[in-house]
Design a protein around this ligand. Structure first.
Ligand code: AMP
Ligand code: MG
Length: 318
């Protein structure tokens, strides 16, 4: 029997009994548990096979709730929260002593966001605790953007995926932390650097290598299909190097229809970057399920969310 269900009451009951429920958000599906339940949090790490040094994002029902989990909030963080919550922005802030260190991997900071999905917002409002929810995929695999992706990964490990349909945004939240009052982007994501800078001025972007222990989203190989994957800015050139292989192509813009390619999907036939973000992981799931030797993904323009999508594709190719 399918574990996918719209039963909000059952989700609430499971979470109140220290169990895990996969929840929909506008970015990707999350594997959620009560942040104050040691049983639930340990189960999240175990289910995902995620190393304990990787902290989890805390999901709260609204901005007013923030003071229950974070303190000493920089003014620029408040401005961003006011503008973008609910939405695909995660803030890393000093944690309240009551937030368990299991969530924060022993750090004094906690990552927090208000997700923008009606079903999950409703759920969060009926619970009297926030939800820790990393993406609902085994560590390093492609993130789930449909309830069926989660079911494929975890049908034997969790009891329920709360059905909220396909995720609207499709790639993870943008993570912003602070050094004093200075904003630093820890992970590129749905919210573009341009949108952030329009509200708080210039931000720095953390060097990948430096953040390794802090941000698994920054791990070099991540979000990856099982099939060998190549990021290409000249498909014709890449095809020449791949003779006799069964090739899948994930293109951008109108379909290219190369004779060497056995399956082609376009991330957006009208070259729309938001549509490409929304479709990226589902297209990767689809191509990975076919028996291909290699997947070529066309590099997108490095502007706005295109930069974040290229970041994810690059990590899938390592
Ligand atoms: P996921 O939910 O799987 O997309 O991953 C959660 C992301 O939030 C990871 O990249 C974490 O490293 C990041 N994160 C969570 N807490 C912190 C923190 N205290 N400092 C820096 N990054 C964090
Ligand atoms: Mg993840």
């Amino acid at each position: 029997m399918s574990i996918i269900s719209k039963d909000l009451n059952r989700a609430k009951q499971l979470l109140e009994s220290n169990e895990l429920v996969a929840i929909p958000t506008e970015t990707v599906y999350g594997l959620a548990g009560n942040i104050y339940s040691e049983t639930a949090i340990k189960q999240i790490f175990k289910t995902k096979e995620r190393p304990l040094f990787n902290p989890l994002i805390v999901h709260i029902p609204d901005s007013d709730y923030l003071e229950n989990v974070a303190m000493e909030i920089p003014e620029k963080a408040s401005k961003l929260a006011k503008k973008f919550w609910p939405g695909p922005l995660t803030l890393v802030l000093n944690k309240k002593p009551t937030v368990p260190v299991l969530i924060t991997a022993g750090k004094d900071t906690v990552a927090v966001r208000v997700p923008n999905h009606p079903v999950t917002l409703k759920l969060l409002k009926t619970l009297d605790f926030p939800l820790a929810a990393p993406s609902a995929n085994p560590f390093g695999n492609i993130s789930p953007t449909r309830p069926e992706h989660v079911e494929k990964y975890f049908s034997k490990k969790i009891k329920m995926v709360l059905d909220g349909g396909a995720c609207k945004e499709g790639i993870e939240s943008t993570i912003v932390g602070f050094n004093g009052e200075d904003p630093i982007v820890y992970r590129l994501g749905t919210l573009s650097i341009e949108e952030i800078e329009a509200i708080i001025g210039p931000v720095s972007i953390l060097n990948k290598k430096e953040v390794l222990p802090d941000a698994p989203g920054m791990l070099e190989r991540h979000y990856a299909p099982k099939t060998t994957t190549i990021l290409s800015d000249s498909i014709q050139k890449t095809l020449k190097t791949l003779e006799y292989k069964k090739i899948g192509l994930l293109s951008f813009g109108p379909k290219k229809n190369f004779p060497e390619v056995s399956t082609e999907l376009s991330l957006s036939e009208s070259s729309n970057l938001e549509e490409a973000a929304q479709k990226l992981y589902d297209a990767m799931h689809q191509l990975d399920a076919i028996d291909l030797d290699v997947i070529i993904i066309e590099k997108l323009p490095e502007t706005g969310i295109g930069r974040s999508i290229n970041d994810r594709i690059l990590r899938a190719t390592k």
